[in-house]
Design a protein around this ligand. Structure first.
Ligand code: 4AD
Ligand code: MG
Length: 437
């Protein structure tokens, strides 16, 4: 290239420019010097690269400025790309000139030292720039794309369900409530399921993907007040078909990530062997069997209780792949699940527990498709039938067996990324203790 400005290039694509002059736009995230050489670590959102400034070779003004540039200065760097086997990524930029876009007046709060998690969460808007958080956000985006692709290929229709809802979707105990004009109180959606049930009777196979809200007064590593959930609903499907669909989805997502996210998984130091080993079928165990495993591992629970986080961890550790726990006691689950034909005290449902101790990532069930049984279930759960008239209509007009599930994006990502807490799996986590940033 002769004359003119060099092309603006993303670090990710730098390998195609070996030996050529390029321009990079990004931020300084680390710097050190050795004699007359400055090693500037730059990031541009697509990757990280070392720019080398040499006294006498780099433009003199740029060199002087680079020598005292604070971390997280934004800049435009120009120079020549060189293959450098010792550099992470295999290339470096030999800096010719540098233009500073903005130079911070204060020291960057997140230094290259260990910070407590409270400090990091309070600086989440800056913490996102760190290599690990960048990797997590890219992985999240890929997991989401893999899920959309999976349903798209199978002919599902994406139906966006409302976030402002009238009826309780899941449980009256974890509602966010807001005043709604002259119509009383509304709630933020805990699930889009009831609406997807209506949509699947119109379109056959449907899914949604959106924010979901639960006023969970628990401080576990698995709970957020706002999380993203994909839900699918299929007409003329039973609980077995529902589990097959979840199994295929999870395998497709893991395959997509292993295929496309090697640098991110490496940045997170994720041991990918347990993911690469996954295959069909995922074991299916009855609720009683799960309770037995949990009790044997020391859990203080009784038959009839729902599986808590510790119990799920115990069960999940007993298998090398995700496991379905099926047919829970009716009393432990939501109102809309279909009674088990062999035992009316149980419901046709499944929780999918991820391995390596992660626990529940998806919950699903066959839905109660019989009008009278559903009315009785609403009563048993103290839910006002009036709010569900439209939902009951689905059982009055062309009711069919149908089933669906919801899979939590943050929990799925936490497992695939191998991180210990869901709060890092979303850009700006909402929890009991945190509303800012
Ligand atoms: O098991 P849940 O409550 O199921 C439902 O909401 C059904 N209506 C779904 C359906 O059948 N259409 O939630 C589904 C998933 C959980 O398995 C979990 O991954 C995630 O949503 N989830 C949460 N993730 C983070 N924080 C929370 N507080 C969560 N609550 C549920
Ligand atoms: Mg659940």
């Amino acid at each position: 290239m002769s004359g003119g400005a060099p092309p603006r290039v993303a670090v990710r694509d730098i390998g195609a420019y070996d030996g050529l002059a390029v321009e990079l736009a990004g931020w300084l995230y680390n710097a050190r010097s050795k004699g007359r050489i400055l090693f500037l670590q730059l990031r541009d959102g697509t990757g990280r690269i070392q720019a080398t400034a040499i006294d006498g070779e780099t433009d003199a003004d740029s060199f002087a400025r680079a020598a005292r540039l604070p971390l997280e200065s934004s800049l435009i760097a120009r120079g020549t790309v060189r293959a450098e086997p010792r550099a992470a990524g295999g290339y470096e930029l030999q800096l010719r000139t540098m233009q500073v876009v903005q130079e911070p007046a204060a020291d960057y709060p997140i230094a290259n030292k260990a910070h407590g998690v409270d400090f990091l969460l309070a600086h989440r808007h800056l913490w996102l720039r760190s290599r690990r958080q960048e990797a997590l956000m890219r992985l999240r985006s890929e997991v989401r794309a893999a899920m959309h692709g999976f349903f798209d290929r199978r002919g599902f229709v994406l139906v966006d369900t409302p976030i402002i809802t009238g009826a309780v979707g899941e449980s009256a105990s974890s509602l966010f409530t807001l005043p709604y004009y002259d119509l009383g109180e509304a709630h933020l959606a805990q699930t889009g399921q009831l609406y997807l049930e209506a949509a699947c009777l119109a379109l056959g196979r449907v899914y949604n993907f959106g924010p979901t809200f639960r006023a969970e007064k628990s401080k576990t590593r698995r709970h957020l007040s706002e999380f993203w959930m994909l839900e699918a609903e299929v007409a003329f499907a039973d609980s077995d078909a529902n589990m097959e669909l979840q199994e295929a989805l999870v395998l497709a997502v893991v395959e997509h990530v292993l295929d496309r996210c090697e640098p991110e998984l490496a940045a997170l130091q994720r041991d990918t062997a347990p993911l690469a080993r996954l295959g069909r079928p995922f074991p299916r165990i009855a609720y009683e069997e799960a309770v037995r495993i949990a009790q044997e591992s020391g859990a203080d629970m009784r038959l009839g209780d729902d599986l808590g986080a510790d119990e799920e961890t115990a069960v999940s550790r007993s298998f090398d792949r995700p496991v379905f726990v099926t047919d829970y006691p009716r009393a432990a689950k939501a109102f809309y699940m279909k009674g088990h034909p062999a035992d009316p005290a149980k419901v046709l449902c499944s929780d999918l527990l991820a391995p390596e101790g992660y626990g529940e990532i998806a919950g699903g069930s066959q839905r109660e498709d019989d009008l009278d049984a559903l009315v009785a279930a609403l009563e048993a759960h103290d839910l006002a039938a009036g709010a569900y008239e439209w939902y009951l209509d689905l059982r009055r007009f062309g009711s069919v067996p149908h089933a669906g599930f919801g899979i939590g994006l943050e929990r799925t990502l936490a497992w695939i990324a191998g991180i210990s807490h869901v709060r890092e799996a979303i850009a700006f986590p909402r929890t009991l203790q945190r509303l800012y940033p």
